[in-house]
Write a protein that binds this ligand. Structure first.
Ligand code: ACO
Length: 331
């Protein structure tokens, strides 16, 4: 089977997870919920929560340092730093610039990319385009999310789903190697924005006492609709990306999906024809870390030897926007 020639490859990964573990039982002490309800509907048993002193830039820089150390890349060598987040530390400047300052990547162009849970795949695709047109040799892709700062802790249907953390990857031009991004398929549909959003706090409805009172600056979600769209979109995107790579589900050594809900992952894997023993799951420990979920899972899977030389890995993501997509790599 002929595979397309990759243009860029992930040469290393890293992760940062806050120390504080909050279990479902811990949540049940603060709100009307239970481990049984959360675990049976989502598969989540605990999540990490960052303290007030740990922001998205700090977590992202932590993950980036680990990836740069593995790749042996010095901060000054980074040409582009793309940081995906749905939880920027401030509205201005970008969290990418704050992370750049922490890392000392003084030669990098740094900017934020907002594509919610699909952010890591979107950012990798942007890095691939930048590198393959000869504008740099080293891209740093960072996905960092302090979801605990934007969930409504009075809305038990959403706050139990999310957690904090960051993942990162160093990306280089493939330079003729057979390793790298084999294919991808990314999409968005703004007509479905209100299924998962923060109604207020931006320029449309700026923060004021009324917004605070209504708590409308925090996440609102139509859980069931999101669920249905997630399965359909991730399964279709996976099919298309695999087809573009000239591969089938049987070629996939490991699927590393976005970690939103175990039932979404199971349904997507089933539709795609990938058995669950070839699907990486860590949402039981970390919950949904939005765009950080995939790079954290990739980093863990590489560390555990589940991804080795030549492994074919499929990733699929879905999130607010709506945004979704899939990517196939050879490692
Ligand atoms: N504990 C106990 N009971 C709860 C909780 C809770 N934490 N949350 C809701 N309930 C109750 C509701 O009040 C409701 O009670 P009622 O029947 O008396 O009114 C009942 O449980 C059922 O509520 P539903 O919202 O209908 O529950 P559902 O079975 O749809 O499950 C869930 C909700 C888990 C959120 C599901 O819809 C889901 O996973 N959707 C996908 C959401 C998701 O993954 N979003 C993120 C993806 S995109 C991204 O990653 C940003």
């Amino acid at each position: 089977m002929n595979h397309p020639s990759p243009l860029a490859e992930i040469v290393s990964t890293g992760r940062y997870l806050p120390d504080c573990v909050v279990t479902n039982d811990d949540l049940a002490k603060r709100m009307d919920t239970s481990d049984e309800w959360i675990a049976s509907r989502t598969g989540i048993r605990s999540r990490r929560i960052a303290g007030p002193e740990v922001n998205a830039a700090i977590m992202g820089a932590g993950a980036a340092r680990a990836a740069m150390d593995e790749a042996g890349v010095d901060p000054g060598e980074v040409d582009i730093l793309i940081l995906s987040t749905a939880t920027p530390d401030r509205w201005l400047p970008s969290t990418a610039c704050d992370a750049q300052a922490l890392l000392g990547c003084g030669n990098a162009v740094a900017f934020d990319l907002m594509a919610a849970c699909s952010g890591f795949l979107y950012a990798l695709s942007m890095a691939e385009g930048y590198l393959c047109t000869g504008r740099g040799e080293v891209a740093l892709v960072v996905s960092t999310e302090k979801m605990s700062a934007i969930v409504d802790w009075e809305d038990r249907a959403t706050c139990v789903l999310f957690g904090d953390g960051a993942g990162a990857a160093v990306v280089r031009p493939a330079n003729g190697s057979s390793r790298g991004i084999l294919a991808s398929h990314l999409r968005s549909d703004g007509h479905l924005a209100n299924l998962l959003y923060r109604p207020s706090g931006g320029t449309v409805e700026p923060m004021d006492a009324d917004v605070l009172e209504r708590r409308s600056h925090l996440i609102r979600m139509e859980g069931r609709e999101v669920f249905k769209n997630a399965v359909r979109s991730m399964a279709e995107a996976s099919d298309i990306a695999l087809r573009r790579a000239g591969l089938t589900a049987a070629d996939v050594d490991l699927m590393v999906p976005h970690q939103a809900n175990f039932r979404i992952i199971e349904a997507t894997a089933k539709y795609s024809g990938i058995p669950m023993d070839r699907v990486y799951v860590n949402l039981d420990r970390f919950g949904n870390m939005s765009s950080a979920s995939i790079p954290v899972a990739l980093d863990e899977a590489r560390e555990q030897g589940l991804i080795g030389d030549g492994s074919i890995v499929l990733s699929a993501a879905f999130g607010a926007g709506l945004t979704w997509g899939a990517m196939v790599w050879r490692f």
